[in-house]
Design a protein around this ligand. Structure first.
Ligand code: KIV
Length: 280
């Protein structure tokens, strides 16, 4: 099976081919996603919330991300796997960024990393790219700045903020990133950035004009029963199927129809005879 490359992702923009990407956080879900046409699997630090139950992405550690990312890599043969650098694993210095990204490449086996931030992260992006580590940028509503933004608030709504985002997008491109996630910005701003930069933009809550889209596995499958963020759509209601299946299991255990004959093994006639002679 042919592995998706960075050049393939870049070509999707020049060929004007919109593409859908997805997160995954474990071996089983990675295998399911990898069997589709999704070209990139992102092991997002959204794992902090959807897998580990934290309220924000801030608490997740490098060790936790390495464990999840390794499992995703073991379940993926075709898609490009990108790991999210968690909060404070890259911001403080170039050395931190190289060390953390290096761990993802060597210990988990990813093809690249994602980090949040525009102009202020250029030294880190440059150093990673110069050392052979592909980088996916991420600007707009960057969830690691949850407290700075006073919540998950849409960014890029004033002319000044849009100019700043455009400057960030150009800087990330010039620093050598191979793609750029645009999160939580008006659709018009998503279009403006997409039209102006040469690398693929990958939107989440950034409108329909981005080159690609990214969504959280749990969101599009409806693994959360009740909460549907505005930027997403439930393409399935898997939590309902899971609940139904668990209820059917409980019922069949209670009425003794599971395990059935086909789920059971039996002793041979000779052992059975021997056993019953010893029991009497
Ligand atoms: O952590 C994440 O899952 C992300 C994407 C949704 C862009 O950053």
């Amino acid at each position: 099976m042919k592995k998706i490359t960075i050049n393939y992702i870049k070509r999707l923009k020049s060929e004007e081919q919109p593409f859908a990407t997805l997160t995954a956080y474990d071996y089983t879900s990675a295998k399911i996603v990898d069997a589709t046409d999704v070209p990139i699997i992102l092991v997002g630090d959204s794992a902090a919330m959807v897998v580990l139950g934290y309220e924000t992405t801030i608490p997740v550690t490098m060790d936790e991300m390495i464990m999840l990312t390794s499992a995703v890599c073991r379940g993926t043969q075709r898609a490009l796997v990108i790991a999210d650098l968690p909060f404070m694993s890259y911001q403080a210095s170039i050395t931190d960024a190289l060390h953390s990204a290096g761990r993802f490449m060597k210990e988990a086996g990813v093809s690249g990393v994602k980090l949040e931030g525009g102009i202020r992260m250029i030294p880190q992006i440059r150093a990673l790219v110069d050392n052979g580590i592909p980088v996916m940028g991420h600007i707009g509503l960057t969830p690691q700045s949850f407290h700075q933004f006073s919540g998950y608030t849409v960014q890029g709504k004033s002319v000044k903020a849009i100019e700043n985002l455009l400057a960030d997008a150009h800087a990330v491109t010039e620093a050598g990133a191979f793609s750029l996630v645009l999160e939580g910005i008006p659709a018009e701003v998503g279009k403006l950035i997409t039209d102006q930069i040469s690398i693929p933009t990958i939107g989440i809550g950034a409108g329909p004009y981005c080159d690609g889209q990214i969504q959280v596995f749990h969101d599009i499958l409806g693994l959360y029963g009740d909460f549907i963020p505005k930027h997403t759509k439930q393409f399935g209601k898997i939590s309902e199927h899971i609940t139904e299946a668990i209820q059917a299991y409980i019922q069949q255990v209670e009425n003794r129809s599971f395990p059935a004959e086909e789920n059971s093994t039996h002793l041979s006639a000779s052992v059975l005879k021997n056993l019953s002679s010893k029991q009497t």
